[in-house]
Design a protein around this ligand. Structure first.
Ligand SMILES: O=C(O)C(=O)C[C@]1(C(=O)O)C=C[C@@H](O)C=C1
Length: 368
């Protein structure tokens, strides 16, 4: 089967990006004022933070309403700022990652990961910043699947040290807590303290959403694992700080955009790809050898079942019918697509990959 990524395009990677840049000159993302929905942004969050702390009686209606997957209406708004979507409520780690990448951006909360993808595709925002892996919890599989289902490009990464806090309503002691609400990853990352407290763990869509729920419900026996920023926004008290099991609790976020960036060689770059292989002995070994033989370091490999063709039936009359899974392989490697060794590695991989897509080439970030 032919690879659907045209080999001819490899050496012309930069030209391809330049033509994209030419298009951008006509419809620039950051300079123009495209139509965006009437959603409140980080200005609203600042407004909330600037109001005097009134405990959990803060006016939670001032918070921006998160976009849902069905929010496709739009209305004009004057803003020259970059708008960045993230999953969760204000105070979620995704918002902090967006602000690390674009300190002056307007952050736009989204209910689900997919809503953030759609918001970029529909020009409601310029970028999305979404978690892809945690040094403790591992891969965020949903976002690997969405990367393939949508046609966005990875234009950057953000590595963030995540310091979790235990939050409660003002006046509550940690011994009073019967349950703790948070995102499943955050609950996993704080397993030791939760076991010590002997509380029931309740999963929520995001850490800040959990803070909002407890603030709004007024339940004194409910605690939250979230950021110190979430405590401030929702008027909760910090009962304990840095409660994650592992001090080096780092989450890696990807920055997604409608168009790729021109990869450079001036500073360390990473390239993320996804491919499938034909069946046969040593195919994955061969695929990995295209990098090893060019001294290209791999930083991540992830395999996910192909959802459209989840099962392959192999008719082997000697052994009866065998059924096994087809996999997509996601790889991050340390090289820029502007480097000949990366272009040659892709051309080589294409010789036996049944499908290959470059998800993006971008500057490497560090957690510091
Ligand atoms: O809930 C949040 O605040 C998020 O940004 C999500 C998320 C995740 O998906 O892993 C991000 C970082 C933390 O590790 C916990 C949760």
């Amino acid at each position: 089967m032919r690879c659907n990524w045209d080999l001819e395009r490899l050496p012309r990677w930069e030209c391809c990006c330049l033509s994209v840049l030419a298009q951008r000159a006509i419809t620039p993302v950051e300079d123009e004022k495209p139509l965006i929905p009437q959603v409140e942004t980080s200005e609203a969050i600042d407004q909330v933070q600037n109001t005097q702390s009134r405990g959990f009686h803060k006016d939670l209606n001032l918070l921006p309403k998160p976009l849902s997957a069905t929010d496709i209406f739009s209305s004009p708004r004057n803003s020259a700022k970059v708008r960045v979507a993230y999953q969760g409520m204000p105070g979620a780690y995704g918002e902090a990652a967006a602000l690390k990448a674009y300190p002056k951006c307007e952050t736009v909360p989204c209910e689900e990961f997919e809503a953030a993808f759609k918001a970029v595709e529909l020009w409601l925002v310029d970028k999305a910043v979404l978690p892809i892996e945690s040094s403790v919890g591992g891969s965020i599989h949903r976002n690997y699947d969405l990367l393939l289902r949508h046609r966005l490009h990875i234009v950057g990464e953000v590595q963030m040290i995540v310091n979790h806090c235990l939050l409660g309503l003002p006046g509550v002691q940690k011994e009073e807590l019967k349950r703790v609400l948070s995102h499943p990853q955050a609950l996993d990352q704080c397993d030791m303290i939760l076991t010590k407290l002997g509380v029931v763990r309740v999963s929520t869509d995001d850490t800040a959403g959990a803070a909002l729920m407890v603030a709004a419900s007024g339940e004194r026996d409910s605690g939250v694992i979230a950021s110190d920023r979430a405590a401030e926004i929702y008027g909760l008290n910090i009962l304990l700080e840095k409660i994650q099991d592992d001090d080096d609790n780092i989450t890696r976020f990807l920055i997604l955009a409608r168009e790729p960036i021109i990869p450079g060689t001036d500073r360390p770059h990473k390239t993320s790809i996804v491919f499938t292989l034909e069946e046969g002995p040593g195919m994955l070994f061969k695929a990995l050898a295209v990098f090893a033989s060019r001294d290209i370091n791999l930083t991540k490999i992830e395999s996910r079942p192909q959802r459209k063709r989840p099962l392959r039936v192999v008719d082997d009359s000697n052994k009866g019918s065998a059924r096994y899974f087809d996999y997509l392989f996601y790889i991050d490697f340390e090289a820029s697509m502007a480097e000949p060794r990366a272009q040659h590695a892709m051309a080589h991989l294409q010789e036996f990959a049944s499908f290959l897509r470059v998800l993006g080439c971008y500057a490497t970030d560090s957690a510091l």
